[in-house]
Design a protein around this ligand. Structure first.
Ligand code: AMP
Ligand code: MG
Length: 340
């Protein structure tokens, strides 16, 4: 199959393919999504097959506006309106209990709830409108690999396997949306993203909880998909805390391990002469690190000579909670320590 490239001016053709049951990858402000018409179970099944995604891992239903959600949900949490008004379109996915049989179990993983999001990307909102149905859109990567933040990442994983890719350049944020469970009384964050616990509490004026497994990584997560290994390159990744960089470099050299650096300019400039490869975040901020994380993991993983990727850590608060959540998965929780 030829994978066509679509741009903002030929969305009609992409929407027609979606209606015909084909898969089209679309841009969002978080990462690229692998789109299929959410009301065509056979196409949604194809999404799982192409990604190699376990079938009990539910999908996010992407809508063009809040009205679309009402076709599937009639019991809304009392804070819903306030949340929508402040955070949609945006990187916040909301879980609601759904009307019985309103979505195929292939979409929901057989749950009585479903996840909805209105992405902050004009092209994709237009694409959903033209399709006329909501689109499922898990990250457009092979299951277990870093999520795609550029159309070329999608092409790398799916060229020849999907009907098309809508290219809108680099995604702004770089990690997947915050997932907020609104199916119970207390709003609970199941996955950290660019909308933070603090953002939500400030706007809502009520406590917002973090799911237990986010606080204690060893707990079994509530969200089905979260038990799976994620975002991992083939090359081992070691997280390096700010105070440990010179010891980490000395260790790699002593062990004769060719290493790559994944970090901001300050760290890169200090140690790059010793490194076999580098990926430099655009600046030293957590925003730049989050934006570059998945691209960096993909790029460094292609360098065959590299035995280990040393990656910069950040304090795990605010956006740092999302960055560290993804980095820890990529690193299988491994930090550099003096006895590494
Ligand atoms: P993604 O893997 O980016 O497509 O995001 C989908 C994730 O949203 C899943 O892995 C789940 O963690 C979460 N999710 C989707 N639907 C539900 C649901 N009904 N209940 C809880 N979590 C959900
Ligand atoms: Mg994903």
């Amino acid at each position: 199959m030829e994978t066509k490239r679509f741009e903002a001016n030929d969305l009609k053709a992409a929407a027609t393919l979606l209606r015909q049951g084909e898969l089209i990858a679309f841009p969002t402000e978080t990462v690229y999504g692998l789109g299929a018409d959410a009301l065509l179970p056979a196409s949604v099944k194809q999404v799982f097959a192409v990604k190699g995604r376990p079938s009990d891992n539910p999908l996010i239903v992407h809508v063009a506006n809040f009205e679309m959600v009402k076709d599937y949900v009639d019991k809304f949490h009392p804070l819903t309106e306030k949340i929508i008004k402040n955070f949609w379109p945006g990187p916040l996915t909301l879980i609601f209990p759904i009307k019985k049989n309103s979505l195929d179990p292939i979409v929901t993983g057989g749950l009585s709830t479903a996840a909805f999001r209105m992405p902050d990307n004009k092209i994709t909102l237009k694409l959903i409108e033209l399709t006329g149905d909501p689109l499922v859109g898990p990250s457009a990567n092979t299951s277990g690999k870093p999520s795609p933040t550029l159309a070329k990442h999608v092409a790398h994983d799916f060229n020849g396997k999907i009907a098309g890719i809508v290219d809108d350049g680099a995604t702004k944020i770089g990690v997947e949306s915050t997932v907020l469970d609104l199916s119970g009384e207390v709003p609970t964050i199941l996955r950290p993203g660019a909308v933070t616990q603090n953002d939500l509490q400030t706007v809502l004026g009520v406590p917002v909880e973090l799911d237990r497994h986010l606080v204690k990584e060893s707990e079994t997560p509530k969200a089905p998909g979260m038990k799976y290994k994620h975002y991992s390159p083939d090359t081992p990744v070691l997280m390096v805390k700010p105070a440990d960089w010179s010891r980490a470099i000395a260790w790699a050299q002593q062990e004769n391990k060719k290493f790559a650096l994944l970090a901001g300019p300050t760290i890169i400039e200090k140690y790059q002469t010793q490194a076999a490869a580098i990926y430099k975040y655009q600046n030293d901020s957590i925003e730049a690190a989050t934006h570059g994380l998945f691209d960096g993991l993909r790029e460094l993983d292609e360098k065959k000579a590299v035995a280990v990727i040393l990656a910069q850590t950040f304090p795990a608060d605010e956006l740092g909670a999302a960055y560290m959540n993804r980095l820890k998965k990529a690193a299988a929780q491994n930090y550099f320590t003096s006895n590494t």
